[in-house]
Design a protein around this ligand. Structure first.
Ligand code: NAP
Length: 461
């Protein structure tokens, strides 16, 4: 029996588990390790609360968890409770599906001022991630800038613009719902450094911004017009999706305000060059106007011009991409923020010509970088699974001396969470949500989660 450890119970981890356990050529047992007591990673803590349908993918994760040969070890941190060497002693193969656990910075003066935050932290906060529940975001601010025009930026802008009534039927964390109820935010700016044709957000997401109950949306006519280079690319590639995106944005430029209490403005061809201080906090953002030029790789790039503009905003969220974090004992490509690999096999490019490290694999964002939607991780996991199974057939695996890691895990982490424990918490959360028509009310501290799992409510913090 091939024994496999998968580290990280987000979508990539589950897609990989499903792939490995649903094949019948090689008998496999998979142990899935997760730092938090809860599974699903960004599906629980990243997907916006008003996008509940996207969370339906957890049904297929639950199916994978129901397969013979699956075990879950939650609340176990590989790096703290277990080392890579511990895993090597018990498994033939180890695959890391740890995602991209931090965010990129803008690298501009004032970025560390109070009132300047990573969008990913705001997302984790409103989704009830235990590590972020105590963050404070000053929602007495009236004007907010979100830097970047990817789907995370759109999520953040949309949540800031939603009415409390719209949010109250979602599984948004209670602390966030309470804070957003008293929000004084009136204007939100989404800031793109390139033009509308290069915007990273997808069409359904940008269309949804035009359907908010409590916010008008607008764009500037001069900024949604295509520059000659973008127009030429679009004509050459005949890209219907981008055309549609531009049509949506043009329609926003033509819209008049309808008197909704909030205004969301989508800007293009502007880059932040500094956050401006006022009374020791963010008081504004200085933007420079860009033009597009063709880079050496043929991609259109933003180049700063002379013209600048100061936007008075009191809160800034940078949403310029996630970034992978180096894992102890594995090589790391600092530039791309990924573990170097070939079809999922970890390779040591740092010390040699890229020779594979026996028995070690990666899948998902730590393998290819933070791109694509949740489903993109499915074919990605299939590729890694194929590499793992091919190596196993060729006898290229680790040679573990131990058979069952469970006693060691329990010794190192007595509060280990198993799948039935999680199911108990999931049921409890769903039960709490029922009376108010919410899909669930999330427990947001590890103490609360463990108390529910152990059915020992006396322990609640
Ligand atoms: P993303 O799609 O890569 O977008 C990052 C944005 O930041 C781009 O607009 C990028 O502009 C901009 N940017 C980068 N560096 C910048 C800088 N120094 N100054 C100004 N702007 C800068 O990343 P993301 O929004 O974090 O999303 C990550 C992935 O998750 C994406 O694949 C996304 O589609 C996915 N996701 C999907 C959903 C959904 O389906 N609803 C929701 C959330 C996330 P350039 O293009 O010019 O580099």
């Amino acid at each position: 029996m091939l024994r496999i450890a998968v580290v990280g119970a987000g979508p990539s981890g589950f897609f990989l588990v499903e792939k490995l356990l649903s094949q019948d050529t090689t008998p496999v047992a998979v142990d899935l390790f997760e730092r938090l007591p809860t599974p699903y990673g960004l599906v629980r803590y990243g997907v916006a609360p008003d996008h509940e349908k996207i969370r339906n993918v957890t049904r297929s994760f639950d199916k994978a968890a129901g397969r013979a040969g699956f075990r879950f070890f939650g609340n176990v941190d590989v790096g703290t409770h277990l080392s890579l060497d511990d895993l090597r002693r018990f498994y033939h193969q180890v695959c890391f599906t740890t995602g991209a656990q931090t965010d990129r910075h803008m690298g501009i003066p004032g970025e560390d001022l109070p009132g300047s935050h990573a969008a990913t932290e705001f997302v984790a906060w409103y989704n009830g991630h235990p590590d972020y529940r105590d963050r404070v975001f000053d929602l007495s601010a009236e004007r907010v800038a979100v830097v970047g025009v990817g789907n995370v930026a759109v999520d953040v802008a949309r949540i800031l613009c939603r009415t409390p009534e719209e949010l109250a039927t979602t599984d948004i964390a209670d602390h966030a719902l309470e804070a957003l109820r008293t929000s004084r935010v009136k204007e939100v700016y989404l800031l793109g450094r390139r033009g509308p044709a290069q915007a990273a957000f997808t069409n359904p997401e940008v269309k949804e911004l035009g359907e908010l109950e409590g916010a008008d949306v607008c764009a500037r006519a001069d900024e949604v017009e295509l520059d000659p280079l973008s127009a030429a690319v679009l004509a050459r590639e005949d890209d219907a999706t981008t055309r549609k995106k531009i049509d949506i944005l043009r329609s926003y430029a033509e819209r008049a305000r309808t008197g909704k209490p909030r205004l969301l403005t989508i800007r293009f061809l502007v880059s932040p060059v500094a956050l401006l201080e006022h009374n020791g906090r963010v008081g504004g953002i200085r933007l420079v106007r860009n033009r597009l030029v063709e880079g050496v790789d043929g991609e259109l790039k933003a180049v700063a011009g002379e013209e600048t503009e100061d936007l008075p905003v009191e809160l800034v969220f940078r949403s310029v991409g996630y970034r992978g974090v180096a894992l102890p004992g594995l090589p790391f490509d600092e530039r791309r923020g990924v573990v170097p690999n070939e079809s999922g096999r970890v390779v040591d490019r740092l010390t040699s010509e890229g020779s594979p490290l026996l028995g070690l694999y990666v899948s998902g964002w730590i393998k290819r970088g933070p791109s694509g939607v949740i489903g993109t991780n499915k074919p990605d996991a299939a590729e890694t699974a194929e590499s793992m199974l091919a190596d196993a057939r060729a006898g290229q695996t680790l040679a573990p001396e131990g058979h069952d890691i469970a006693p060691l895990v329990r010794e190192r982490q007595p509060d280990v969470v198993e799948w039935p424990d999680w199911q108990r918490l999931a049921e409890h959360e769903a039960g709490l949500g029922k009376p108010s028509g919410r899909p669930r009310v999330k427990c947001t501290t590890v103490g609360d989660m463990l108390a529910v799992m152990r059915k020992d409510l006396g322990l609640r913090t």
